[in-house]
Design a protein around this ligand. Sequence first.
Ligand code: F6P
Length: 355
Amino acid sequence: MRIGVLTGGGDAPGLNAVIRAIVKHGVGHKGWRVLGIEDSFNGLFESPYGIQEMTLQSCSGLLSRGGTVLGTTNKGDPFAWGPDKVNMAPQIPKAMAELGLDGLIVIGGDGTQAIAQRLIDETGIKCVGVPKTIDNDLSATDRTFGFQSAVDVATEALDRLHTTAESHDRVIILEVMGRDAGHIALHAGIGGGADCIVIPEIPYDVDLLCAKIDARRAVGRFFTLIIVAEGAKPAGGKSGGYKRKHGKGVVRVGGPGPALAQAIAEKREVDVRVTVLGHLQRGGSPCPYDRVLSTRLGVGAVDLVEQGRWGEIAVLQNNEIVGVPIRDAIATYRLVDPEGEMMRTARAVGIEFGG
Ligand code: F6P
């Protein structure tokens, strides 16, 4: 068996740990060859091919290393490549045949998995998937690797902002990633003791957030910590942030932190500051939980290949790694359930959501 492995979309802590597990299990135990494809699918059609032979030696030290040694891109749709939107997809089965590849393990988020599914449908190549996103918004898996690392970074940021906010009697807003989902904000907000959590799933009323600031001041707590997800928006309004096309069809959202700061400052005599955490949430070493999950998913993907379960993606369900069709896995997003247990827990400890 000879398989290719690639990483697509935005990076996430744990990508290298997945690659390492695939190589250790596939090369080390099964005697397969594993070729790393560079920069998502691009390594299969850009000339010369971007290919790395993955060996046990080349994977040494990858468990804790951030980023991806294979490189990645979120602008790499082979069906519409480059400024002229050339269809490079037919090159992929040809390249795979030349390289002697039986199939691919595709590590990526919904966009990359959608490309894999289309390649399966239209070119007949074989793929197994591994889901990846710090946003944790893929409904087929209980957790995506990278999420916990992002939550840890955001939680530590809140811990650090706590002391400076308290010293200066300030309202400090921490803006975190998550695209249209508020999972990072919700988890880090609870873990870091935020007073308010603002998420896209619950459009906020700034008066409710101001009332929380007032209530804290009334009991001598002259500072307030607010964590806001990048997709958050006020009830009946726009985020005040930005949401725009970038490159070829990549939607970027962000910027509600400053908009919220402005709205609060217009209503209260308080000193407000904003910290936008940005890509700090994606960089650096994966936390132990993500190293373990990445390793389980890498091994699970190799097992799916061995069982001939092409077209499936390894996911975590009820603490077991199982395979489900890629098609089903990318069909729906998982957003925060406003009535869910996490939300009830947060409200029970007095966290204000602004709605
Ligand atoms: O999907 C992961 C993510 O980090 C989102 O949380 C964020 O909106 C987006 O990617 C940022 O993408 P880029 O790295 O292209 O700025």
